[in-house]
Write a protein that binds this ligand. Structure first.
Ligand code: GLA
Length: 356
């Protein structure tokens, strides 16, 4: 990433610099908006935001530059969304204004090595990095959980994507080399050690995902309809002992709810397996999670299924679709010692795939 971006765009040094990571989710997909459990981990890819006051402009004006788009855009608080990267920035600052923060004119320069459309949450990395930069610039008293919630609000309320809280939480609170076991009902977290002998690998299938256009919001509505039919406040209230009731729901609500209920259990079992050092069990749970996303939740696509199948067949301990789905990437757990041969074999099967 280019050092001195702010300097080269705005002609002076920034006042503050902040950054935030992308994430991979190891287990617990589409559970976060159902009050459930998730198990993501931060990745080494980061978005960096340099920020500074803008002495020449009026309050509520944001001058923003993104290196990846080679574009400088001026936007004002209160403007409608435009449907591009600037919405994530303006949305994040807008939620602060809604909290009563007086927003002076600011300049923001953004650089990132997070691949977009790969399903590793470039959007949460951007929101959290912007909020961290503005927190530091304006010296706002804001804890990391509240900051994550504000990032989610920006995405729900301004960008128009009804995401859950997982991505912003792991970007804001995650620690490299550990999984973040998060209960999205009360936002309690625990760090869990990752295995030492295996590598977490992300492979993009070659088809970008775009959740604002995909079936993500439809899945949320289906979960709400299943809750209504079951008479529960959220699918978290349903345990795997009650799958008979779930199976009796009409199609496709039965399969949607079954995914969420069994996926919550897989996270609990997965955390227990990691703590016990039972990596084989953890891998089985990842493979089960993939099947459940493919057959019950129907958020996969053929390119992802073929990639996950190839990854498993060539010796991954586990492999599954990660993130919101409808394209994007798989996450696989592969022994360090086997990685090079494994990757060669998988890429021979799936030439459009790309490790990231
Ligand atoms: C996207 C959303 C998350 C989560 C996942 C699916 O990444 O942003 O909140 O719902 O999809 O698990």
């Amino acid at each position: 990433m280019s050092a001195g971006l702010f300097q080269s765009v705005f002609g002076r040094a920034p006042d503050v610099v902040a950054d935030a990571p992308a994430r991979a989710n190891l287990l617990g997909e589409h559970t976060d908006y159902n009050d459930g459990f998730v198990l993501p981990t931060p990745l080494a890819y980061r978005t960096v935001v340099e920020a500074g006051a803008d002495e020449g402009a009026s309050g509520g004006t944001l001058s923003m530059h993104a290196a990846q788009f080679d574009e400088t855009v001026e936007r004002r608080l209160g403007e409608p969304r435009r449907g591009d990267w600037t919405d994530y920035v303006l949305g994040s600052v807008s939620v602060l204004a809604q909290q009563g923060v007086a927003v002076p004119p600011m300049r923001l320069a953004i650089d990132s090595d997070v691949p977009m459309g790969a399903g590793i949450s470039s959007s949460a990395a951007l929101e959290v990095a912007v909020l961290r930069a503005v927190r530091s610039l304006l010296r706002i008293d804001l804890d990391d959980v509240t900051l994550a919630k504000l990032g989610q609000q920006a995405e729900n309320g301004y960008v128009g994507m009804q995401c859950g809280i997982m991505d912003q939480m792991v970007s804001s609170l995650g620690t490299y080399g550990k999984a973040l076991f998060l209960d999205t009902r009360d936002l309690s977290t625990e760090l869990v050690d990752l295995p030492a002998d295996e590598r977490i690998v992300i492979i993009h299938c070659g088809v970008a995902h775009k959740l604002t256009e995909g079936g993500y919001n439809t899945r949320r509505q289906e979960c709400e309809a299943a809750c209504e039919a079951l008479g529960v406040p959220s699918l978290r209230a349903v345990s795997t002992d009650e799958l008979d009731r779930v199976d009796a729901l009409p199609e496709p609500l039965n399969r949607r709810a079954r995914h969420v209920v069994t996926e919550n259990q897989r996270v609990l079992d997965g955390v227990a397996a990691l703590r016990a050092g039972d990596i084989g069990r953890f891998g089985e749970l990842m493979n089960d999670s993939h099947r459940s996303q493919r057959d019950d939740y129907e958020v996969s696509i053929p390119e992802i299924d073929a990639l996950a199948e190839s990854a498993q067949r060539h010796g991954a301990i586990g492999a599954r679709l990660t993130g919101g789905g409808f394209g994007g990437s798989i996450v696989a757990l592969v022994p360090h010692a086997d990685y090079d041969d494994w990757l060669t074999n998988v890429l021979a099967d799936r030439p459009a795939a790309k490790p990231i």
